[in-house]
Ligand binder design. Structure first.
Ligand code: B12
Ligand code: SF4
Ligand code: SF4
Length: 306
């Protein structure tokens, strides 16, 4: 197939699976870096947040993949997942927000490979600022909560970036846009219990976000009221309040159930080596293994809240 027909074929293949994507030229990777670094230099990014999440992006992609020509930003819809923990004879349902399952990354990679591989092109998943790329490619728009929205998916979608040697014959690069509905709305700002979303700047104060504290941090800060926790990891307040998610908020799939014994392992804060393989399998399917060190602490707060 001629290279100029490839983007259409890729988009069609993604759409067949209910997914979406956009292609931009590899050179834009420098713009992504510059934009992020400018926020850092202007003191807008918390240093702990920067060290823990933002200084490991693959901006040097061309050094280890000199043939790279295009970036493909793709996304797949994902529901919330409800899991149940048994404790002291009672059942405790807990929500895992959309985007924590890694399964869609494989689905997206398979779709892209189906089209690219037979034509002799290669593909590698890279760690780049996904929302920024999605918004600059025109695939998504930012909401005031700094989460991105895609038509037909709301914010319930998981993004991924792939780099390929497919020549860049179709460059999609637009200025960043906010959702139209944000113009007259402050629902996410009003509902966020921590004040992370503010009116005097667009960037959220990510260091105030519940997710920043319950995904990785060993201890919750004093100011974080335990009753604010609402998910096993992450937080759903601003997404649930958003009118653009009206059609998606009730999309909650029932996930696994954890027995009293399994709940006990987690509450004890046992490490991976001390948890039985069957429980590890469940956590892996849910995309929760990455958070195994904090799950017990988070679960305890949710059980106390309920
Ligand atoms: C670091 C990180 C976090 C941190 C920091 C979040 C943050 N806002 O930066 C923490 C742990 C707090 C976090 C929380 C969450 N995260 Co997170 N996170 C990331 C990660 C690794 C990097 C994000 C990043 O680049 N941040 C840096 C900031 C500077 O970039 P930014 O948020 O895009 O901000 C841009 C805009 O503000 C824009 N901008 C500035 N001024 C203006 C003005 C206007 C008018 C406009 C339009 C834009 C604009 O410029 C900034 C970039 O330069 C990505 C994965 C990845 N590889 O990209 C996932 C990712 C962004 N997270 C994701 C999700 C789902 C979440 C949560 C919703 C999870 C949850 N349910 O709790 C929350 C949402 C919190 C929030 N309100 O942002 C998804 C987003 C998917 C989507 N639908 O958009 C991602 C892409 C993971 C994935 N693959 O799905 N996350
Ligand atoms: S809740 Fe309102 S202001 Fe916030 S992202 Fe959604 S539409 Fe925009
Ligand atoms: S995810 Fe929760 S804490 Fe973070 S900005 Fe949204 S409502 Fe606030």
């Amino acid at each position: 197939m001629p290279a100029e027909k490839m983007p259409k074929a890729i988009y069609k293949r993604l759409e067949k699976e209910g997914c979406k994507g956009k292609i931009v030229c590899i050179e834009h990777v420098n713009e992504l870096q510059k934009e992020l670094e400018a926020h850092h230099q202007n003191g807008l990014l918390d240093e702990d947040l920067y060290d823990e999440y933002l200084n490991r992006f693959d901006f040097n992609v061309l050094d280890d993949y000199p043939d790279a020509r295009s970036l493909i930003i793709v996304t797949a819809p994902q529901p919330q997942v409800r899991v149940t923990f048994k404790w002291n004879g009672q059942s405790f349902p807990c929500v895992i927000p959309p985007t924590y399952s890694l399964a869609t990354d494989h689905q997206l990679k398979d779709c892209l490979e189906d089209i690219l591989k037979p034509e002799g092109y290669h593909l590698e998943k890279k760690r780049l600022p996904e929302k920024l790329l999605a918004a600059h490619s025109g695939l998504a728009r930012y909401g005031k909560n700094n989460i991105t929205y895609v038509p037909g998916m709301g914010s319930f979608h998981r993004l991924a970036v792939f780099v390929t040697d497919l020549p860049c014959l179709e460059d999609n690069w637009v200025i960043l846009k906010t959702l139209k509905s944000c113009e007259e709305c402050t629902a996410c700002m009003d509902t966020c219990p921590t004040g992370a979303i503010v009116s005097d700047r667009f960037l959220v104060h990510a260091e105030r976000c519940i997710t920043f504290h319950n995904e990785r941090r060993p201890e919750f800060p004093q100011w974080l009221d335990p009753v604010w926790h609402n998910c096993l990891v992450g937080c759903m307040y601003c997404q649930n309040a958003c009118p653009m998610n009206k059609k998606f908020v009730n999309w909650i799939e029932d996930g696994m159930a954890f027995s009293e014994e399994e709940t006990a392992y987690l509450l004890k804060g046992l490490s991976k080596d001390d948890i039985p393989n069957t429980t590890i399998d469940k956590l892996e399917k849910l995309g929760m293994m990455e958070y195994v060190n904090v799950l017990g602490r988070n679960l305890k707060v949710l059980i106390e809240n309920q």
